[in-house]
Design a protein around this ligand. Structure first.
Ligand code: PLP
Length: 437
């Protein structure tokens, strides 16, 4: 590590060699033995047993191995914040914990560590992407009517600064006619010569609908063959990650932002952005980074950085809740120990079960989430005949079932089954909905 870098971050007077013999560390407590059993998996969470928890996509409850990892880092930080952070972050690029965390995320999503920026959540990731893209007056971002508030706000705030415009489109005409081909056609029709970015959401938290991202990416790639300036595909992936096939790079997006603190059950306040290297190279960072050694070297030599922007230039710096960030690998190990395919199957099976049964109820007006497992994932959104969404959710809460309303202009009632839920809980929920008068 260049001495200059340490001096920038460390105002103390440690000699460069003083810590050289200290071994780097990255706590990875072994996951518990038998995660083949769903009951054992449920026991890893400290969830209040008095409730049926159908809102676990909202914010993670930390499973036991994640709590253990956080606790071990917390102890190190409390015992010696200076040495712990200095060794983990700044002593040596080869031993940098952020680099290793990026490597672990990259392994999970089938990417390269050098293309991962660490963030605190999806919101921060989308903001870094939309603010980072060098758009200008005349350029357009095309997005949809179905994305989350933070996605549209990230677009609005960035276009207000750079002078580009943005437009929202629907992806279907009616809830009973949602098809993969129709979704792709809606986007294709609306891409204009000045469209530079298409921003979509993998799994809509408004309706539970999962978009055919690969098909959208292929359609855009086709169009790009005849365009001077390519259209980029930006994906808010937070409700697909940890539910679907984790090989995110196969989706074909140009940039993908997600929090890790929902379906992955990584520590609260963790997330990442993956983008293709040429996309990072074309962007401008927003927040000073603490994870790029070359940026510090440039600072110390009094010159702007000479190289091309890369992902770690975009990881927001400043001191953080490091015990949370550093415990991300424990959550990924927990996920591996259960098995990605098993997780996908389990979540789909439970939500399909819920979807099918809710559709049979005479007091349910409409289930918005398609039955087709290609167009759905881990949540089911519906409306009742006699109650609005808020009333439905309140009445379920009286029965100790935690559902949620979707935070959109027209809210729906939403139930989401994750790896901690059971078929019995699905049946209990369906019976509770049936009984609502
Ligand atoms: C589709 C979607 N995107 C983004 C977010 C915000 O996620 P984060 O808390 O990771 O910023 C949410 C919130 O749940 C969401 O539903």
């Amino acid at each position: 590590m260049p001495l200059s870098r340490r001096n920038f971050l460390v105002t103390g007077s440690l000699a460069a060699g003083a810590l050289a013999t200290v071994k780097p560390f990255l706590a990875k407590p072994a996951p518990p033995a038998d995660l083949r059993n769903w009951r054992v998996i449920r026991e890893q969470f400290d969830l209040d047993p008095n409730f049926v928890h159908l809102g676990m996509f909202f914010l993670a409850s930390h499973p036991r191995p994640v709590r253990a990892a956080i606790e071990s880092y917390r102890k190190k930080l409390d015992a010696n914040p200076f040495l712990t952070v200095d060794r983990g972050m700044f002593e040596n690029p080869e031993h940098s914990i952020p680099e290793r965390i990026a490597g672990e995320i990259a392994k999970y999503i089938g990417a390269e560590a050098q293309d991962i920026a660490l963030t605190q959540n999806t919101t921060m990731g989308l903001s870094l992407v939309y603010h980072g893209l060098k758009l200008k007056a005349g350029d357009e971002i095309l997005t949809t009517n179905h994305d989350h508030y933070v996605h549209h706000e990230a677009i609005r705030l960035s276009t207000e600064r750079n002078g580009a415009s943005w437009r929202k489109i629907p992806l279907w005409e009616s809830w009973d006619n949602v098809t993969a081909g129709g979704i792709v056609d809606h986007i294709r029709r609306e891409i204009r010569p000045n469209t530079r970015v298409v921003g979509v959401t993998w799994v809509h938290s408004q309706s539970g609908i999962r978009l055919p991202i690969r098909m959208i990416a292929d359609m855009i790639a086709d169009m790009n063959r005849n365009r001077a300036q390519r259209v980029l595909l930006v994906v808010d992936g937070v409700h697909g990650l940890g539910v679907e096939d984790p090989t995110i790079v196969n989706l074909g997006a140009d940039a993908f932002a997600a929090g890790l603190h929902k379906w992955i059950f990584a520590p609260r306040g963790t997330g990442f952005v993956w983008a293709k290297p040429d996309v990072w190279a074309s962007m401008r960072p927003l927040i000073p980074s603490f994870t790029s050694f070359e940026l510090f070297d440039a600072f110390n030599s009094g010159k702007p950085p000479a190289g091309t922007p890369r992902a770690n230039w975009f990881t927001p710096g400043g001191f953080q809740a490091f015990e949370h960030w550093w415990s991300i690998p424990a959550a990924l190990d927990f996920h591996y120990a259960i098995g990605s395919e098993r997780i996908t199957q389990r979540i789909h099976a439970l939500n399909q079960h819920m979807n099918v049964e809710l559709r049979k109820l005479p007091n349910v007006k409409i289930v918005y989430t398609p039955i087709d497992s290609q167009l759905s994932a881990g949540m089911v959104c519906f409306d009742m005949k006699n109650f609005d969404a808020q009333k439905t959710v309140s009445k379920l809460l009286e029965k100790k079932i935690i559902a949620s309303t979707t935070p959109y202009a027209v809210p729906f009632a939403r139930v989401a089954c994750g790896i901690m839920n059971t078929s019995d809980e699905v049946e209990r929920t369906v019976a509770a909905v049936r009984s609502l008068r």
